[in-house]
Design a protein around this ligand. Structure first.
Ligand SMILES: NC(=O)c1ccc[n+]([C@@H]2O[C@H](COP(=O)([O-])OP(=O)(O)OC[C@H]3O[C@@H](n4cnc5c(N)ncnc54)[C@H](O)[C@@H]3O)[C@@H](O)[C@H]2O)c1
Ligand SMILES: NC(=O)c1ccc[n+]([C@@H]2O[C@H](COP(=O)([O-])OP(=O)(O)OC[C@H]3O[C@@H](n4cnc5c(N)ncnc54)[C@H](O)[C@@H]3O)[C@@H](O)[C@H]2O)c1
Lengths: 206, 206
């Protein structure tokens, strides 16, 4: 299959072509490499995993690449996500405009704290988590986002699995194991802090 | 140099050995592979980039690996970070306990909104951003975290650069270019949503 690192890089290409729409008709792999601080050969190699994108000697067609990459990522049609845990992090994600720009709309936000139920966050009213399973049965939700404390996360993941959501994006500091039927991404921002620390340590030694 | 993907995986090994401390004295690469949903050969290959860790036939010594990896990541001594932008995301990060557990302490949190100045967030009082440059001159800060709106992010990054912080972790949706002297990690949670969407699309085709 396609190497893990290439799958994780694909969104960057999609965002780059999205940003170029309306600004230019085509772009060469060298020009794209300069935009993305990477190399032309890396771009050609990465994109070759996803089909033959016409370079035709004059470069990538911006509109064509944006459309094709959107289809490959599954965002050529509107996709929905829900957030469970309407605390600080949940609210920051619900209010983040870029999810909507790349094709993901917030369908619902859930919590168990009566003082937040009914509040409007990111244009959506907070519902009680008791109604999550029924909501998922009535609405096509592709991604469930978990922003609850660690002790609630596995229980919420089980509701998502039983309801057949497509995948889970988990922010709680507990690892939720993916299955063949249910892909899970566990976000560890601590790891970004630690790898940045490594770069700081090793920059000094260059 | 060491491949980018290996540097980004190193924190996971550190976290894993940290979690094993006190529970077991040693662990074989096969047992570790099972814990981390990866392969023994990947572990041996990754760790070989960072020096000879004694496998001595019986496995990795948990205490030794935790200490050595902590040194390699630069967290064997207390490290400090500051947060600029005390909004929803800034507060969620300031209150996240795992940063402290892996060796990073919050030294300061800054904003420009008078209604939040003086509030206590994560045990630290919010200061006005006008005092950021002076604060950085008086305190050793390894990492600056940016959780402001996009239009303020480049200005904040310039204050960090001029003050000589080690590196920047940027959450604002604008790319801050790293330099040889100043490593920068731009966090795009949208990319995690999109790569998860790819996995959902391609799971169905397996
Ligand atoms: N991945 C990272 O690097 C990172 C960074 C910051 C925070 N976090 C984590 O994200 C999570 C949220 O952090 P926060 O600062 O927003 O916390 P918070 O306390 O502000 O919000 C948590 C919310 O979850 C709700 N909740 C609790 N149990 C629930 C349940 N069973 N169903 C639905 N809602 C429930 C609470 O009522 C609360 O509103 C925490 O687990 C935190 O550790 C992770
Ligand atoms: N990377 C991601 O995937 C992701 C996810 C969610 C949010 N975000 C981004 O993170 C940022 C913060 O989001 P939020 O929901 O916390 O927003 P917010 O509006 O709740 O908080 C922003 C804070 O920054 C402060 N601020 C503005 N200008 C400043 C300056 N010059 N110096 C210091 N502080 C300043 C504001 O007063 C406010 O308190 C935004 O840029 C948002 O787009 C990114």
């Amino acid at each position: 299959g396609i190497p893990e690192i290439v799958i994780e890089r694909l969104p960057r290409y999609y965002r780059c072509f999205r940003a170029l729409r309306g600004k230019r008709e085509k772009i060469s792999s060298h020009e794209l490499a300069a935009e993305m601080h990477t190399s032309a050969s890396q771009i050609r190699l990465d994109l070759s995993h996803f089909g033959g994108f016409g370079l035709q000697g004059y470069g990538y067609n911006v509109e064509e690449l944006h459309t094709k990459l959107g289809q490959i990522l599954g965002v050529d049609q509107a996709q929905y996500y829900v957030i469970v845990g309407a605390g600080r992090l949940g609210r920051a994600i619900a209010n983040f405009p870029v999810f909507q720009e790349v094709g993901f709309s917030l369908a619902g936000i859930f919590d168990i704290d009566d003082s937040v139920i009914g509040q409007d966050i990111g244009g959506v009213r907070v519902s009680h988590a008791d109604g999550l399973a029924r909501f998922l049965g009535e609405h096509p939700v592709r991604i469930g986002i978990i922003t609850t404390p660690a002790e609630a996360a596995l229980g919420v993941a089980e509701i998502f699995r039983a309801a057949g959501v497509g995948g889970i994006l988990n922010f709680a500091p507990v690892d939720i194991a993916p299955t063949r039927q249910l892909p899970v991404t566990n976000i560890h921002l601590t790891d970004r802090l630690l790898s940045l620390s490594w770069r700081i340590m090793h920059r000094e030694q260059e």
